[in-house]
Write a protein that binds this ligand. Structure first.
Ligand code: BG6
Length: 485
């Protein structure tokens, strides 16, 4: 599928980490797969490189290593690099934006401005683009985190909204571009089997985990001012939650899906500040061992304050106040330097109401659906079966669906899908302003309470986080599913 028409993709932060690791590799993949219109151009914008030749040298040195697990196709790489132009630009110099406008003058088709920069630059860049008329008929892509809290996110959205209309604004949450997240929609709304069970009458609790083995890498400075609640919960985890819990949308068009997600976000039970210690656990990793390698404590990572109170782990109990989900706890969890890299959704169904087969059929956890998003995409349905032999002894067994056995074509990377969507004007997988606001509003009491008092609980790197996260589930007679990996 080629993009419908010609385009110019202007990349601010052209020498940044995100451009190097994600955006340029994703554009290369789309190019290699023949999905970009032949006349489409990429215009990288940065301060550091002098001219196109030195920028291309940077691209060759830094981006190639992040491209395609299958290796680089040299011919495709050469023609990809041919698409790239470069404009050296200092954000503080108005005349540089005139230079950018002139450089874009001859380009036709859709114009995309991708702001792969810190959020503090979003508004100044938008103003500067508008001052030379470049906002007209263009699309703008904003990376997360958009703001620091509800107020700052509103301030950015208000300012950007004066220059670009909502239909021109693409707020990225890369989890929405992941193949397995798309598949969750297919599972829920393409099969009549699950939908009748997908509600409080049959579901006891739901867990959503995004666990990482990585630490803060080279982003200590950014992360120490952000923390896991802003970095992962406000966006990725709440987006996953809203897809798991939403009502069937009327269609897959952009507003039908986003309207339903918004309803879930607005139905999240507000957290009373007095209850925060009961429903929210924060942790920070100390030194430990992951897969046999010693890793340092968070507080000793470069860019991190030695007395930092930033959380690298969050576990939450969330409730949704509507007819479908009233009373069903949703347990969310994310953290860095945990025991494994895994992202999964666990739907725990209720035990049978009466067991004619003996007490073992009432065992909780026997009826369970595990949707794994990462590192491999699988769906596993646990049920009870009779053990061979005499008597009626039940044991948990599972049905497995491994997607890579069904589909030989490789998964499309999240960024590749999302960039193609921007170029083609498809908004469904981007976060609308009202969704973002609802998510900030819900996390705000926790942000405030944590900023005002207390410290994260320590956990050793390579474990599953502080014991308090398990204790929170134990109070509900359940536990995190951890033995699967
Ligand atoms: C990003 C966060 O949005 O998502 C990172 O800023 C995190 O801290 C990353 O590591 C996780 O994404 P993925 O796709 O590797 O699960």
């Amino acid at each position: 599928m080629q993009t419908d028409s010609s385009f110019t993709f202007v990349l601010f932060g052209g020498t940044g980490d995100l451009s190097m690791r994600k955006i340029l590799p994703a554009l290369y993949e789309a190019h290699r797969a023949g999905m970009l219109a032949a006349s489409g151009k990429i215009v990288a914008v940065a301060r550091h490189e002098e001219d196109r030749a030195s920028y291309l040298q940077w691209v060759n040195e830094h981006v190639k290593a992040h491209v395609a697990k299958s290796g680089v196709d040299e011919n495709a790489w050469a023609s990809f690099v041919d698409r790239i132009e470069y404009v050296k630009l200092d954000l503080g110099r108005a005349e540089d934006f005139v230079k950018l406008r002139d450089a874009l003058q001859d380009q036709s088709g859709t114009r995309v401005f991708y702001l792969a920069t810190g959020p503090s630059l979003f508004v100044p860049i938008c103003h500067a683009l508008a001052s030379v008329g470049l906002n007209e008929n263009a699309r703008i892509v904003l990376e997360k985190p958009l703001g620091y809290d509800l107020r700052s996110s509103n301030a950015i959205n208000d300012a950007v909204g004066e220059i670009f209309s909502e239909e021109q604004i693409y707020r990225i949450d890369h989890y929405l571009g992941k193949e397995p997240v798309q598949n969750l929609l297919a599972l829920r709304f393409g099969n009549a089997l699950f939908e009748p069970l997908w509600r409080r009458e049959w579901v006891e609790s739901i867990q959503i985990t995004i666990a990482e083995e990585l630490g803060v890498e080279a982003r200590g400075d950014f992360y120490d001012n952000t923390g896991a609640l802003r970095d992962m919960v406000q966006n990725h985890l709440l987006q996953l939650l809203s897809i798991v819990a939403m009502e069937p949308p009327h269609s897959m068009d952009s507003d039908s899906v986003r309207d339903e997600k918004l309803r879930v976000l607005r139905a999240l039970k507000p957290i009373d500040p007095r209850d925060i210690s009961k429903v929210a656990v924060r942790g920070q990793y100390h030194a430990g061992v992951i897969r046999g390698t010693s890793v340092p404590a968070y507080a000793t990572e470069s860019g991190v304050k030695t007395d930092s109170a930033t959380e690298t782990f969050v576990a939450l109990k969330v409730e949704i106040e509507n007819w479908r989900w009233a009373g069903v706890p949703f347990f969310l969890r994310t953290g860095k330097r945990l025991a494994d890299r895994v992202a999964e959704i666990v739907v725990n169904f209720r035990a049978v109401p009466h067991s004619a087969l003996g007490a073992s059929a009432l065992r909780a956890g026997a009826n369970r659906l595990v949707i794994r998003l990462q590192p491999n995409e699988t769906i596993r349905l646990y049920c009870l079966a009779k053990k061979p032999g005499e008597g009626m002894n039940l044991s948990s067994v599972h049905l497995d669906l491994a997607f890579d056995q069904f589909f030989k074509e490789g998964q499309m990377e999240a960024y590749q899908r999302l960039l193609l969507d921007v170029i083609n004007g498809r908004l469904a997988l981007f976060v609308r302003r009202d969704e973002q606001e609802a998510a900030w509003k819900w996390v705000e009491p926790i942000l405030n309470e944590w900023a005002a008092s207390g410290k994260p609980k320590p956990y050793a790197a390579g474990t599953w986080g502080p014991a308090a996260a398990s204790a929170m589930l134990a109070q509900h007679g359940t536990c995190w599913l951890e033995e699967e990996n």
